[in-house]
Design a protein around this ligand. Sequence first.
Ligand code: PLP
Length: 394
Amino acid sequence: MTGSDPYAALGVRRRINAAGALTRLGGAVMAPEVVEAMAAASRASVDIGELQDAASRRIAQATGAEAGMVTTGAAAALTLAAAASIARWDVAKMAALPHADAFPRDILVPRTQRTGYAHALAASGARLVDIGHNDRGTGAGVRGLEAWEIETALSPSVVAVFFSANATSLADLPTAVSVCKAHGIPLIVDAAAQLPPKENLRRFIAMGADLVAFSGGKALGGPQASGFLTGRRDLIASALLQQLDMDVAPDTWTPPKLVDRANLRGVPHHGIGRGFKAGKEEIVGLLTALDRFLEADDAAANAALQTRLEAIAASLNGFDVALVPAAKTGRVPVLEIAVRDALTISARLQKGDPPVHLSERHAARGVLTLDPQVLLPEHDAPLAAALRAGLQSV
Ligand SMILES: *Cc1c(COP(=O)(O)O)cnc(C)c1O
């Protein structure tokens, strides 16, 4: 399977991705600089704990947190965050997970924050406890998360509170922070897809979150199977211990600097995260992508995307197309295309030649969204042609 087109060799079709950095479409398209860093990393042996220490320093600089670690994605980061909240420095608990019935393991999940990714928390052995109401989200009322809803659910079996960050939920984050701080409970924030803007790398830590999970394979432009967890040093150390290869001799083991061995009653065995180890290539690739992301000029990048979208919109003359600028989406500009039967059209575009993917996130209100986050410039023209044909034939 050598040669320049591994997909052709496998008989797998390339797709026009105007849906965003979706995992099921392979996530980000990596810059050559990231690919080269990963290739160079692959040609040497290093101590992974030492490499994660270096990653911790780099991620801490970028986020303003005490520490960080590279994971195999935000979902893995959430599982490790939950495992760290349950086990802390206790090697016996690390050894027991995901079987945690014998000790505190409850994570409070406000109903306003319930997402499909909560499963990643439960995978650690945590028990998820739903709390509160979702009046605002369901359109039934005006209220979001309230402090008393968290406080009444607190008990000695609660090890953490979960919060899924997005533009609408953000208003409720200070409430969660203040209750968690007052009671010494870690607050875990899922910020997987909250980039850009790059300010969000620091935002949730600055607001008082204890652990924050980000994806590396979405807007960050890192390897698809990467992400990171950032936050409190002791919790990151516990998470790292539960991810590292621990087939070590206690007499010769050199723990990462993040890990204060005096806090450990013994040397942990392989933990719950051993099955989602971050490789040297992912760690170096993620850090290289993070550097590039920090250096990038978001305003210029969004202006360039907007110019491309304007050209596509112009060629869709006659269809109901609206450009939503980055200032309005909070991330990149998008085109919203109003259609009569969004999912039927989306399915047809996906089956076309070439296959085209638009975001279905607003399909329920009759809108297909052209999200240019990972759209290759050479795909603009064939995309516009496929849309003209696909939208017409309804
Ligand atoms: C994508 C996403 C995840 C999972 O991230 P991975 O890096 O793919 O593991 C978790 N939470 C939210 C809100 C996401 O959008």
